[in-house]
Design a protein around this ligand. Structure first.
Ligand code: NCD
Ligand code: ZN
Length: 337
């Protein structure tokens, strides 16, 4: 039977939420991943050291006995030098959201040029910048329109490490290859689906996320970069749980919940294309090198034996529907050490 053992898988973009939802979803990632970059878009956002420490403690309490490191990120705002200096050793980087671009981003940045002094300080202090790169333009063009801002930042702050979060277009893959200080994360769903899967037939709210899935040629460019373990590209699930009532309703929240099935589904995808050997770098090696991380040791064995994705994950009064709900996947996690 085909199998692969992945060392210390990392999820470089993860939403764990808070309170009861955190209690439900934290163990689902902590079980199989060695670490994850925790997004700070709570209400209110995680934008000071006190709230960062308090959130990290709640995560650690919720993750249970699993070997797992939450790499904390702070929500971008007009930080002072003293604030950055104090926070640096407690976080992996700072996440910038354009105001209103996605879930809980109302406190985000309205104009990028107004906050350049913060970028300068981050560059000097070697604090990585993570960006939700979308404009407020037409929904299919938002990422493409934002690429000029990435390019501007990459040139103006050549020592600033910039991660283009959850890229969805062939143009973003191209840009990533052109600047040494630009890297990117890509989700599972954007390697698999296009806008057709979201809205081409009956509407599927569980595949609706920001940025919206794009065209077949975009998916193909992302997939080829992932399968090749392009050294600038990292896995970031952007697993973003919302309660059923916020997904199956009028005014569906953006976010796809993939954390518990990400590893078997990625094994399937890489196996289907004969690229299983590149999965290790895509899911851990690249992130370790790009962020200088030494994750906890964890060996996760995946085998080509079927596993069942539950129709929903329930507990703590929560009910969340994952991608591939109720389906059988050809691969399973069989051992974790
Ligand atoms: C994320 C969320 O729900 O917090 N939603 C999403 O569609 N990806 C926010 C984000 O990363 O944009
Ligand atoms: Zn996200």
């Amino acid at each position: 039977m085909k199998e692969i053992t992945i060392q210390s898988p990392l999820d470089m973009h993860l939403h764990l939420r808070d309170e009861e939802m955190l209690k439900l979803v934290a163990p689902l990632t902590a079980e199989t991943f060695a670490g994850a970059v925790i997004m700070p878009n709570l209400v209110p956002p995680v934008d000071n050291l006190d709230s960062l420490h308090a959130y990290k403690e709640r995560i650690t309490a919720a993750q249970g006995e699993h070997k797992f490191t939450p790499y904390m990120a702070m929500f971008f705002r007009d930080y002072t030098e003293a604030e950055l200096a104090a926070a640096k050793e407690h976080m992996i980087g700072i996440k910038l959201y354009p105001a209103g671009a996605t879930t809980n981003s109302e406190a985000g940045v309205k104009a990028i040029d107004a906050v350049e002094p913060v970028f300068k300080m981050m560059e000097e202090m070697e604090i990585p910048l993570m960006v939700h790169g979308e404009t407020h333009g037409f929904v299919m063009d938002r990422e493409k329109e934002f690429l000029a801002s990435y390019e501007y930042l990459a040139k103006k702050f050549p020592k600033l490490q910039i991660t283009m979060e959850h890229i969805t277009t062939a143009d973003a893959v191209d840009l990533m290859g052109r600047y040494e200080n630009l890297r990117a994360t890509v989700t599972l769903q954007h390697l698999i689906i296009t806008l057709d899967d979201v809205a081409g037939g009956l509407l599927n709210p569980h595949l609706f996320c920001k940025p919206i899935a794009k065209r077949p040629e975009d998916r193909e460019a992302l997939l080829q970069a992932a399968l090749a373990a392009n050294p600038s590209l990292m896995f970031g699930s952007d697993s973003a749980p919302h309660p059923l009532s916020k997904k199956e309703c009028c005014g569906c929240a953006a976010g796809v919940f993939t954390a518990p099935l990400a590893l078997p589904r990625l094994a399937q995808l890489f196996d289907d294309h004969g690229k299983l050997d590149n999965l290790q770098n895509f899911i851990s090696g690249n992130a370790q090198r790009l962020y200088g991380l030494t994750p906890l040791e964890k060996k996760v064995t995946l085998k080509k034996t079927p596993s069942q994705v539950p129709a929903a994950y329930e507990g703590f009064g929560q009910h969340v529907v994952p991608m591939h709900a109720g389906e059988e996947l050809p691969w399973s996690v069989t051992e974790i050490n």
